[in-house]
Design a protein around this ligand. Structure first.
Ligand code: NAD
Length: 508
């Protein structure tokens, strides 16, 4: 069975080391090494090779060779599905190890990391089904002598660039679907959280994925940029910030590669007076602080009706104050460490600026003071009240455990506030009245809407953004189709003479 390099999660003293995985080999790099310290302890936990444009070239060449022979793109969907099912089994077998790697490197609570890995296994199984279901359409609407076949084909060599907040999960929202379609892949994980991607690559190899079909180049934005601009990459699927997404659009212009971009968010969670207020308060706190608030679908803007604002905010405050800030590997932790010290400082800066602009801190607002947490980047979960649309805290992604609260009087005002930001990834609405909730959901300009629930839904539902939250969709049939091309084949049978008049030689 594959041994995954788990030190020091399992108590070892040496950091994990990850090389590039190219054409079935782990390629030791003699170049620059990027060190990763656990955000909760400051301990050096892993070192990754910093991939260069040259490394990316080699990985793309391996993926191109693998795409062009018959080892993956030409095998049946059933064979691809069998490999993906074996990977799903292996992810489940190694679930605890993978969860601990992500919890340690991200600083996220282990309970969240376990749910991520369970989601990764589920997505891989879903992708296996898609491999079997891959199909096009036939068109018999153009007369008896014309038959149209629209073939759905693998798009080619795919580049996948992932962020640090859900390393195993977001990789699995892309990789198994691209492989299910018959594509070959080069992955560039976040330089801050590469360990689970390296471990998952080992599991794909153990499951029998042929060499060269999956390649992993570790490194930072330089490796990502080389992949985004590479002329032999057909599709680039990226998850990360909107700022980097814009750079990727520019970099991809050379060969006009197909792009799928999952970018930032600034979701509103809208609470009407007729909501189940207990459930809504629990949902608002979960939505705001899940994964340390370092979540593209964090429901970070609470919009509450004035009639219930005082009572509801008191409930939210009480629940927020009860959240346990602690070590990521502690089973009782609700909120762990932020990704690094510089990010913690940026989040504290955003809170300070909101206060200067007139917001009030209902709870939290500073780094955790407990001596056990002194070595890490821990913030006390924070609720800011009185946040107005003019404040940066209302419209800018803070990406930490910070919930802003604003009030509304009318449904129209709530909708204008919810839609009044540049992002459009997700929003949520809490009301017991379908005549309130459903029209509101339909009026929201976002790719996902949660009604009386939050951050919810199976992998069969597409996920992605309106406005500056992205281009394209991940998961669901739509997510699968991002990794495919359509080819229209026109077939004519029967009598052809008389159809092709231009260029027909004159009858002699
Ligand atoms: P980031 O944009 O800084 O980095 C994401 C990835 O891009 C990393 O692998 C990084 O190395 C790489 N990268 C950096 N510069 C690059 C460049 N010029 N060209 C190509 N690649 C480059 O984002 P992050 O800080 O890792 O993640 C946080 C952001 O991701 C937040 O904005 C969050 O909302 C967003 N996010 C979105 C989703 C979604 O599904 N919409 C999910 C998770 C995170």
């Amino acid at each position: 069975m594959t041994q995954l390099d788990t030190a020091p999660v399992t108590g070892g003293t040496r950091p994990r080391h990850h090389d590039h995985f190219i054409d079935g080999d782990w390629v030791r790099s003699s170049g620059e090494i990027i060190e990763r310290r656990a955000p909760a302890t400051g301990l050096l936990v892993s070192q990754v090779a910093a991939g260069t444009a040259d490394t990316v070239d080699r990985a793309v060449a391996a993926a191109r060779r693998a795409f062009e022979d018959d080892r993956w793109s030409q095998v049946s969907g059933f064979e691809r599905a069998a490999v993906l099912h074996r990977v799903a089994d292996l992810i489940s077998t190694h679930a605890e190890t993978l969860a601990r790697l992500d919890a340690e490197e991200v600083g996220k609570p282990i309970l969240v990391a376990r749910a991520d890995v369970a989601g990764a296994a589920q997505l891989t199984r879903y992708a296996a089904g898609l491999a079997i279901q891959m199909q096009g359409t036939t068109h018999t609407n153009n007369g008896p002598e014309h038959t149209g076949l629209v073939l759905r084909e693998a798009a080619g060599v795919v580049g996948l660039i992932t962020p640090w907040n859900f390393p195993a999960l977001i990789l699995s929202q892309k990789l198994p679907l691209a492989l299910a379609a018959g594509c070959t892949v080069v992955v560039k994980p976040s330089e801050l959280t590469s360990s689970s991607a390296a471990a998952i690559a080992r599991l794909y190899a153990e499951a029998g994925l042929p060499d060269g079909v999956l390649n992993v180049v570790t490194g930072d934005g330089r490796a990502g940029a080389a992949l985004a601009e590479h002329p032999d990459v057909d599709v680039l699927s990226f998850t990360g910030s909107t700022a980097t997404g814009r750079r990727i659009i520019a970099a991809s212009a050379g060969n006009l590669k197909k792009l799928s971009l999952e970018l930032g968010g600034k979701a509103a969670t809208v609470v009407f007076p007729d909501a189940d207020l207990d459930a809504a308060a629990a949902g608002v706190v979960f939505g705001g602080f899940f994964n340390n608030g370092e979540c593209c679908v964090a429901q970070s803007r609470l919009l509450v009706h004035t009639d219930i604002a005082e009572e509801f905010l008191a409930a939210v405050r009480e629940r927020t104050a009860a959240l346990r800030v602690g070590q990521p590997l502690d089973e009782t932790t609700d909120v762990g460490a932020l990704i690094h010290e510089a990010h913690l400082r940026a989040v504290v800066g955003a809170i300070d600026r909101a206060e200067e602009a007139g917001a009030t801190v209902l709870v939290g607002g500073s780094r955790a003071s407990s001596p056990q947490l002194a070595g890490g980047s821990f913030l006390v979960p924070t609720v800011l009240d009185g946040v107005t649309p003019q404040m940066a805290a209302f419209s800018d992604e803070i990406f930490g455990p910070v919930l802003t609260a604003s009030r509304f009087r009318t449904t129209e005002e709530a909708l204008a506030l919810a839609n009044g930001v540049d992002y459009g990834l997700s929003n949520s609405v809490w009301s017991r009245d379908i005549d309130t909730a459903l029209p509101f959901a339909r009026g929201l300009r976002s790719g996902s809407v949660y009604v009386n629930t939050v951050i919810d839904g199976p992998p069969t539902m597409p996920f992605g953004g309106y406005k500056t939250s992205g281009i394209g969709r991940e998961m669901g049939q739509a997510g699968f189709e991002e990794f495919t091309e359509l080819k229209s084949v026109s077939i004519r049978t029967g009598t052809r003479p008389g159809r092709f008049t231009i260029g027909t030689p004159p009858a002699s």
